[in-house]
Design a protein around this ligand. Structure first.
Ligand code: TPP
Ligand code: MG
Length: 953
């Protein structure tokens, strides 16, 4: 008991030692209580309180209130105006005053960035109402009065001046931080302490400063050298944003101390060559020879890409002697499209390295301000950040915010205040930093890395800078931004400004500057001389490395046996159909599981989903990992897959394919976010980094795949010839005309086929579960990798005709062409060969049975299961098998301007026998893939089938 008779734990007694008022609400009752004690005996309370009450009205009797300062304009609530009678001095008014200080502290934390000096071009604002003490009723006379400072470092009670000084230094200097949108209290508090305890500054040692200068000099001189030696050539100069180089250098140098051993970088055009040279370590000789444009025109290694899109990887040795692996991902012009690819690639690397939390392999994305704000795939990629199937433990984002996008100003480019506002959706800290203050930029990078490693989340650094020249080197910026460019031309470079600072600090002598410049100049000149004196040599040989060692791109025609032994098939089937003991399987799924476990033993009736599960399962037990992601892929859009079972009592999940055997490889199946572009980009990136995992993306319906068109065109289709990057990605695209309307019918086969060349992709449309099984296994069992596009069925998933017997899985291989064996038994009777691909086969087959019974009649119906690489040999053989056929019909259910027709037409013509005619049977040309009416669909379908048999009895 203390002298007032209260137990010592009573906060009213303890509090005066530490009068901390947390959060934003002041405990008025507490103040009142202490005040009353002070009124009775000023020595009975802690001296900080006594001081406070004393200063509230110096010389006034205890209990008198501060006369509130007159604010300009309207007085804030609670502040007496001249006209209004002064309120009776009362304690709640004192509490209110302290509350206003706390509100102001919060305002600086949340809005200090609005007046931070982040814009080197002087565009930063220096006034924001909520940051003005007068807004809270404070005037100069309050500056040396003590106030409760809440959790602000520096003590519970500080003078208003002290409080403002720390807030302004922390939040309104060269860095504007946005972090109060982070709702997790631990993260937010960590950030707050880091920022406020240091005043968001860092003391740099002399060596660190010299290194920053060295990197700035390397960045600037690199651009200047290219400018004079390769005049007018596009390089997308980094000038104006040179601070990016010391920032990335810091990331690499500090990485090992944070447990990071690999950085996977993605970036666009701006400064890419600079980063390749000064960060990733691509040799100056290689870069310069690309400017000379001397590659071999007949190179067997593809048609290549412009120099500022190419990737590169290297090991860098840091000053501390550690090794960090760096890779810059090849990148198309399509801004931000590389983002999900980098993230997926990182995830695969982490999985291969067993880096479960993303501790040691970190993705880094460098963005442009206009692109970051404008491209939707940025939001999609951010949305991947915290999802179980896609998270990498956080991406470090750097925005090269040169405050322009080509000729478009920020006011024209976005509706948001900052170009980074989209990142707030995942509640991560955003640092806006003045690009002319390289030490602050480096400081932000250090904080960002620490945050990422501590909390495993994304973090954003927005380097506010400018673009010294036009968009590219042939561009005149003054056409559209004359005033801005007048200002920019008058500006000294980041390096010049920093040099001056170091000279002022006495760290450098003018002679040092000359030496740095001479050394760098000599290196650049020497590299150029080296390539000029050497004749252009052959391209570097194609040399797949790391996990790609031993893989080849040169055998698309090689077929291999992909059947599995009956024992393995039976074992896998049995496990696929088994749930753990006591697991409450949904009533309707029990039958399915039972069917699955008995399917092989009973010898037949293996449907599509089971065929797929057998492909996955057999690969898994053979040691090949399997990863599938897409919208609702675990159950399957058509309720067919059931890769996940959910306990009906507990909600627990069970993945039978991940429980086949203790030695099996990893099975992962994820329901994705509702995005096509980012998810396909992610899986593509995953496939590039891991040839040993069967990596699949599934579209909900193939119709939606065009939401990912950039990823398809720029990566899946073209990456190999542009960048020699192999990928074994599988795209599963439900396709088929079944009366479901224009957006649930077509995966746009024609678009894939139009893009086929150089054996870039494989395009298949299987008609049986066994074929699907074999093509998936073939994808992993050859040492050849190219993306595989599979048009997958919908109605066939449950069609009794579209099942395979178990022996079709234990022997054989994928058949590119399925000949008509019945017709080949009596070839002389055949007067017509109908060629088709996919589901329409079953309609044609039904029509033939209707017309001619069980035999073939005068018709052979041949299936092209693989459309690309074009199965010329197999097709030639089946056409030659029927010398009496007058017509070869191509039958398809897609409109004539879609589906395979335009692709196959000339190819089939080239195989026809003399006097044979090629005829089309299908829907007429149409702007929309399919009719909205199911009735019209049925009529069209019947007509096209009839057209295929036209003229036959
Ligand atoms: C998706 C896409 N649309 C348009 C372009 C054409 N383009 C190239 S750079 C550029 C401006 C980019 O501005 P920003 O992102 O701010 O980068 P900066 O060039 O300023 O560094 C545009 C519109 C492109 N490359 N990609
Ligand atoms: Mg820009």
């Amino acid at each position: 008991m203390d002298r007032e008779g209260r137990p010592p734990s009573d906060p009213l007694v303890e509090e005066p030692e530490s009068p901390r008022l947390s959060g934003f609400g002041v405990n008025a009752a507490l103040v009142e209580e202490i005040r009353q004690r002070y009124d009775v005996d000023p020595h009975s309370v802690h001296e900080s309180w006594a001081e406070l009450f004393e200063q509230a009205a110096p010389g006034a009797p205890p209990g008198a209130e501060v006369a509130a300062p007159a604010a300009e304009g309207v007085a804030p609530p609670g502040v007496p105006t001249e006209e209004a009678p002064a309120p009776h001095p009362s304690h709640p008014q004192l509490a209110d005053k302290h509350a206003r200080v706390l509100r102001m502290i919060h305002a600086y934390r949340a809005r200090g960035h609005r007046v931070a000096d982040t814009d080197p071009l002087g565009g930063s604002s220096d006034y924001f109402p909520e940051l003005d003490p007068a807004h809270y009723g404070f005037g100069d006379e309050d500056l040396d009065r003590p106030y409760m400072a809440g959790d602000l470092p520096g003590g519970p009670v500080q003078s208003l001046e002290q409080i403002l000084d720390r807030l302004r230094r922390t939040y309104c200097g060269k860095i504007g931080v946005e972090f109060t949108h982070v709702q997790d209290p631990g993260r937010k508090d960590w950030l707050r302490r880091q920022l406020e305890e240091s005043g968001n500054e860092r003391a740099f040692a002399t060596e660190e400063r010299l290194r920053i200068l060295e990197k700035l000099s390397a960045a600037e001189l690199f651009e200047r050298f290219l400018h004079t030696k390769f005049l007018g050539q596009k390089r997308f100069s980094l000038e104006g944003a040179e601070a990016v180089i010391p920032a990335l250098d810091t990331l690499v140098e500090d990485a090992p101390a944070h447990g990071v051993r690999e950085l996977v970088i993605g970036m666009a055009h701006r400064g890419r060559l600079n980063v390749l040279s000064n960060i990733v370590g691509k040799s100056l000789e290689s870069l310069f020879s690309e400017f000379e444009d001397s590659p071999d025109a007949d190179s067997p290694y593809g048609s290549g890409d412009v120099k500022y899109h190419k990737g590169y990887s290297s090991d860098r040795h840091t000053a501390s002697g550690d090794r960090v692996h760096l890779s810059l991902t090849a990148n198309p012009s399509h801004l931000e499209a590389v983002d999900p690819v980098v993230v997926g690639r990182t995830r695969a690397k982490q999985a291969r390295a067993g880096d479960r939390d993303g501790e040691s392999i970190v993705p880094v994305l460098v963005h442009g301000d206009a692109a970051f704000a404008g491209q939707g795939i940025v939001a999609e990629t951010l949305n991947l950040a915290n999802l179980q199937g896609y998270s990498t433990g956080g991406t470090i984002h750097i925005v090269v915010n040169n405050q322009i996008g080509f000729t478009t100003t920020p006011a024209e480019a976005r509706s948001t205040l900052y170009c980074t506002d989209v990142a707030k959706m995942i509640q991560v800290p955003i640092f806006h930093v003045n690009g002319d203050a390289p030490e602050y930029v480096v400081h932000c990078m250090k904080l960002a890395l620490e945050y990422r490693q501590r909390f495993h989340e994304d973090v954003v650094i927005d380097i506010v800078c400018y673009r010294r020249h036009g968009h590219n080197e042939g561009d005149e910026p003054s056409f559209t931004q004359p005033l801005l460019y007048k200002k920019i031309r008058a500006r000294e470079s980041v390096r010049q400004l920093y040099q001056q600072k170091l000279l002022r600090l006495g760290i450098l002598e003018p002679a040092d500057l000359k030496r740095i410049e001479d050394d760098l100049g000599a290196q650049l000149a020497q590299a150029l001389e080296g390539i000029e004196s050497r004749p252009p040599g052959p391209d570097e040989p194609y040399d797949p490395r790391g996990p790609w060692t031993g893989f080849d791109r040169n055998e698309p025609d090689k077929d291999i046996e992909t059947g599995v032994s009956v024992e393995v098939l039976a074992q896998v089937a049995e496990r696929i159909g088994t749930a753990p003991t006591g697991f409450a399987v949904h009533e309707k799924l029990k039958r399915l599981l039972d069917k699955r476990s008995k399917a092989v033993a009973e010898g037949g009736g293996i449907d599509w989903a089971m065929g797929e599960a057998l492909a996955f399962g057999t690969l898994l037990v053979e040691g090949t990992a399997v990863r599938l992601s897409g919208q609702d892929s675990c159950r399957g859009t058509f309720s067919q897959r059931h890769a996940v079972l959910v306990d009906q009592e507990s909600g627990e999940e069970h993945f039978p394919l991940d429980n086949l055997s203790p030695t099996q490889a990893r099975f992962e199946c994820y329901d994705s976010l509702l995005s096509e572009a980012a998810v396909l980009g992610f899986e593509y990136g995953y496939s590039v980094a891991d040839p040993a995992t069967l990596t699949m993306w599934e579209a909900q319906f193939g119709d939606f795949a065009n939401g990912a068109q950039v990823i398809i065109d720029q990566f899946v289709i073209a990456a190999h010839v542009k960048w020699q990057r192999m990928s074994g990605l599988v795209m599963l695209l439900p396709h088929g005309f079944e009366g479901q309307g224009p957006e649930h019918s077509s995966a746009r086969i024609e678009r894939f086929l139009q893009s086929c060349a150089d054996d870039n992709i494989q395009v298949v449309n299987c008609t049986t579960p066994a074929q699907y099984f074999h093509v998936l296994r073939r994808q992993m069992r050859r040492n050849f990798r190219s993306p595989l596009v599979v048009f997958t069925p919908k109605s066939l998933l449950r069609a009794p005709v579209a099942v395979s017997p178990s022996e079709a899985f234990t022997t054989g291989r994928f058949r590119r062409v399925i000949p008509d064996e019945v017709a080949e038994a009596a070839p002389d009777t055949v007067r017509r060969v109908i060629l088709c691909s996919g589901k329409v086969y079953y309609d044609l087959q039904a029509e033939r049975v209707k017309r001619f019974g069980e035999g073939s009649g005068p018709v052979a119906v041949v299936r092209l299961e693989q459309l690309y690489p074009w199965p010329e040999q197999g097709l030639r053989r089946v056409i030659e098998a029927f010398p009496g056929a007058e017509r070869v019909v191509w039958a398809q259910e897609e409109p004539a301007n879609m589906g395979p027709w335009t692709f196959v037409r000339e190819r089939i013509r080239g195989l026809l026998l003399p006097d044979q005619q090629l005829v089309y049977a299908g829907r007429r040309e149409s702007a929309s893939p399919a009719p909205g009416s199911a009735r019209i669909h049925r009529k069209q379908q019947a007509d096209l089938v009839a057209a295929a048999f036209d003229g036959l009895a």
